[in-house]
Design a protein around this ligand. Structure first.
Ligand code: HEC
Ligand code: HEC
Length: 331
């Protein structure tokens, strides 16, 4: 009963805010919230769970790690602000870029392997956790020896890699960077097997497609989120906006790093479009998600509004980025 009242309250509040009403259909079941555990048993999920970041992954800390280890193949990238500063040769920015080996025209600017990280398309069907595995262990498809050691999965007869592979520090395909990426923290090196430096590098690359895409992109994402989502999900995205106390389940906490690491942008876009009143997650979306993410983090019949009639498609993609921006430290 309490649940029904909560949902009704949310509906009233939403009407008052001029938000989407179609997300709060009339046929809310009395059993209200169900975790969408009805996931087919055959679902292909990530076979090995990445060790999730305990601290907040940081694109700022990822930048020097990327520059020292990855730029030789992937090239140098700039934020939208840096691109503007370079255009007018702003002295302090030029000085910093020089220190970081990121001045335009240096050798690394030209080297481009793999996807263009400024483009958003490369990450739509990837989760941060796929990318973690690819960089940390050299493949996005791994086998575990049961003692915390992972290796790229290979075909037993041909010995061919079964997943996608990435070159390691010495250029060997299918060799990971986990042991070799180090981060300086207050002058101290972290333990060689600390997962955070890999997460920082992954989120640095991820952030290029948002903050680095264009001068307006970052602000536009903030605005869409601020105007429509703050009220429930909170300004910093912890699910603690002013309306949150009235809702069950509570608005999602975007600082839930494990969940965010396992969700694709495609899923987030679908979720934002359809809201909390859905019968089934389309198969095409399920295929992109890990079993853990589907089983633990997807709730049907929540008060999450459907935004498809309210925000344009472009605004909903901006909302996806707005949500992502809450889950790591910005560069
Ligand atoms: C020796 C060259 C080389 C180095 C060094 C290198 N990469 Fe790559 N990387 C590649 C190539 C080549 C691809 C494209 C692989 C493909 O398309 O299958 C790639 C692809 C990627 C992708 C896209 C994966 C995907 O599936 O979309 C990411 C992310 C990435 N690299 C991150 C990194 C990071 C982070 C580092 C530094 C720790 C790094 N790379 C270092 C060569 C390199
Ligand atoms: C009326 C309150 C409310 C508003 C406004 C709202 N949300 Fe939600 N949102 C929720 C609730 C409740 C959930 C369900 C939490 C759960 O499933 O555990 C949710 C879930 C989500 C999820 C799924 C989380 C996940 O990763 O599985 C996303 C993404 C999301 N909201 C994004 C947004 C965006 C973007 C906006 C603004 C355009 C927005 N929400 C506005 C209440 C709200």
């Amino acid at each position: 009963m309490k649940m029904k009242w909560n949902i009704a309250f949310a509906a009233i509040a939403l009407v008052g805010l001029g938000c989407a009403k179609d997300g709060l259909g009339s046929n809310v079941p009395t059993t209200a919230i169900q975790a969408a555990n009805a996931v087919p048993g055959t679902l292909e999920g990530a076979p090995v769970e990445a060790p999730y970041p305990l601290g907040l992954p940081s694109a700022i800390k990822g930048r020097p790690i990327y520059q020292a280890n990855c730029a030789s193949c992937h090239g140098t990238y700039w934020t939208a602000q840096e691109k503007l500063d370079i255009a007018v040769a702003k002295p302090d920015t030029m000085e910093r870029l020089k220190d970081e080996g990121r001045l335009p025209g240096n050798a690394m600017e030209k080297s481009k392997n793999g996807p263009d990280f400024y483009n958003r398309d490369w990450r739509f069907r990837r989760t941060p956790s796929d990318l973690y595995n690819l960089i940390a262990y050299g493949s996005d498809r791994l086998v575990s020896d049961g003692h915390g050691h992972f290796a790229p999965e290979k075909d037993k007869t041909t010995g061919a890699f079964l997943g996608r592979v990435h070159p390691g520090p010495d250029g060997t395909l299918g060799k990971g960077w986990k042991e070799s990426l180090k981060e300086k923290r207050g002058g101290l090196l972290v333990a060689p097997n600390d997962p955070l430096p890999v997460w920082h590098a992954v989120y640095y690359v991820w952030s290029r497609s948002i903050a680095g895409a264009g001068p307006q992109r970052y602000k536009e994402s903030w605005d869409v989120y601020g105007q429509n989502c703050n009220v429930c999900h909170g300004t910093i995205g912890k699910g603690d906006g002013p309306l949150s106390a009235t809702l069950n389940p509570q608005p999602f906490n975007f600082h839930n790093r494990k969940a965010m690491a396992e969700q694709t942008d495609e899923f987030l876009f679908w979720r934002i479009s359809e809201g909390g009143q859905f019968k089934k997650i389309p198969d095409s979306i399920q295929k992109t998600m890990s079993r853990t993410a589907l089983g633990l983090y997807v709730h049907q019949w929540s008060a999450m509004p459907a935004w498809k009639g309210v925000l344009t498609e472009e605004q909903r993609w901006l909302a996806v980025d707005g949500v992502r921006l809450k889950s790591y430290e910005q560069d």
